[in-house]
Design a protein around this ligand. Sequence first.
Ligand SMILES: Cc1cc2nc3c(=O)[nH]c(=O)nc-3n(C[C@H](O)[C@H](O)[C@H](O)COP(=O)(O)OP(=O)(O)OC[C@H]3O[C@@H](n4cnc5c(N)ncnc54)[C@H](O)[C@@H]3O)c2cc1C
Length: 307
Amino acid sequence: MADKIYDILIVGSGPAGLTAAVYARRAGKSVLVLEKEVFGGQITHSPKVENYPGYLEMSGNEFAEKLMEQAQVQGAEIDLAEVTDVTVDDNGIKHVMTDMGEYLCKALIIASGSRHRELGVPREEEFIGKGISYCAVCDGAFYAGKHVAVIGGGNSALQEAVMLAERCSQVTVVQNLAFLTGEEKLSEKLFAMDNVDFIYSSVVEALEGDDELERVILHDTETGQSVPLEVDGVFVAIGQLPANGPFSKVAKLAVNGYFESGEDCMTMTPGVFVAGDCRQKNVRQITTATGDAAVAAVSACRWLDSQ
Ligand SMILES: Cc1cc2nc3c(=O)[nH]c(=O)nc-3n(C[C@H](O)[C@H](O)[C@H](O)COP(=O)(O)OP(=O)(O)OC[C@H]3O[C@@H](n4cnc5c(N)ncnc54)[C@H](O)[C@@H]3O)c2cc1C
């Protein structure tokens, strides 16, 4: 707590936070990782990961458990606490405020991740990994030859639809507006594909199925009618939500709420670094999160050594 000053405090125990902990401990720094919800981060929601190099297949939980063990074996302290504010005093010490009290550190690595925006309809949580996905790169291969719906009409939804159309028998893009909002080039590419169709002015009202998702009920906002759409899977692509508000005093946020940072993962505050999905970037995956984490941890260690 407040009497001990850690070399490095890491916010978030997802793939980025725990990887940063491993690197920092191996460099001999004292490390505390603070997590507000689930140890392991969002990958714990994934029943199957097939794109992490060196592993044919594993569950997200398995991966998270191994990473937690690795960080602990290396000697990282890991605690449950939600960081609510960070300030820096005249000596450069970071004061990290949490719901469990105040912690002090010399360097801070923020690996607070992001969350996919959810549909907000009943049974959504229950069908995750059983027909509901938020990531075509992660889960698209499980739907080869099947009929899927992509919910959303912005750039990320259209990119997911293109990717899925290359392997699925049919892709139905469901957009809440009367038009797509993503880039014209992407729309044109989809319009030219035989196995892609579009449903406009419609929102998902309900999800139905026994053990697995079997259909979505779409509500047409113009006619007021509700119609079922039989699908094997639904890819929700209606945006992501970073949770970077508590850190806005020490790290600059872009307009979309993600952290702005350089290749070295440094922020505007000396000794404050960012890593993983919380950063402004194009690809949010375990590999990119752990890659950032290695860079942020090495940068933080070098910064500490230079003080
Ligand atoms: C269903 C699903 C399936 C996926 N499948 C794959 C896949 O197959 N392959 C792949 O490469 N990627 C996959 N991903 C994406 C992958 O999970 C993310 O890219 C990765 O987890 C990002 O790691 P991260 O550490 O940056 O962030 P996160 O995993 O989001 O971890 C951030 C952590 O920080 C914590 N936190 C946030 N704010 C605070 C705070 N104020 N105080 C304390 N703690 C805080 C959060 O609770 C969270 O645990 C999937 C994601 C989902 C949701």
